[in-house]
Design a binder for this molecule. Sequence first.
Ligand SMILES: OSc1ccc(O)cc1O
Ligand SMILES: [Zn+2]
Length: 263
Amino acid sequence: TACSSKYVLSQMHPMWQGPLTVPGGDHQSPIDIVVRKSVFDSELKPLVIDYDPKTCQQIWNNGYSFLVEYDDTTDKSTLKGGPLQDTYRLCQFHFHWGESNAWGSEHTVDRRLFPAELHLVHWNSDKYSLFEEAVMEENGLAVIGVFLKVGKRHEGLQKLVDALPAIRHKSSVVEFNRFDAACLLPTNTDDYWTYHGSLTTPPLTESVSWIVMKQHIEVSHDQLAVFRSLLFTSAEEEVQKSMVNNFRVQQSLCGRTVRSSFT
Ligand SMILES: OSc1ccc(O)cc1O
Ligand SMILES: [Zn+2]
């Protein structure tokens, strides 16, 4: 199986030219979360999420997704608790989505696909001094995954949606201040699944404690349509490619256990 070979050929992905190999890739992400195979762990604590909206700095198109980046030079916006032993600093959040509302999320729950998925990326500031260091280390990162469903308009998201036309092309950046990332979290953050995995974009390093929320958030059809107006390509490229289906194919569990914080 894919787990036994030393090199795991992660499937061809429309965005990445040619197959990508990840040395010893047996803790890769994303995965399907099989609810009845997840194991309740009563030791899992509630998450302690403390974000400071003033640390929001910029929003930019990196050619894979759009990132909202935070000032992570101090412990101002942090994540603790849950499965984590240390304090993790928020450095950015981004999304993955499809060309239609029928698919787009990276993780699935009993094979159920969502139209999009939010990733809030944090790094272990008790053990490391930079994200670039932490991203290469086991337990270096903690990423909160939140599923998006199409429904009522998300008022907090609208400020972000209004900024997207200014970063249509790859490498475009605009200043973005005072955005409270906590407004994108579901009302219930006590119920989640957690497992050890990887980034889902290069360098695909296996440094992530994944925390996938059971409860989704709702955004409107029109808000999601604006995500799809972004481009993978830079302004100079003659052929413009719309930024859609920026999710990675699912990876083998390879014997890992997914724990749940709820029964
Ligand atoms: O897609 S998950 C993910 C996590 C951390 C990161 O720095 C980039 C990522 O794409
Ligand atoms: Zn992601």
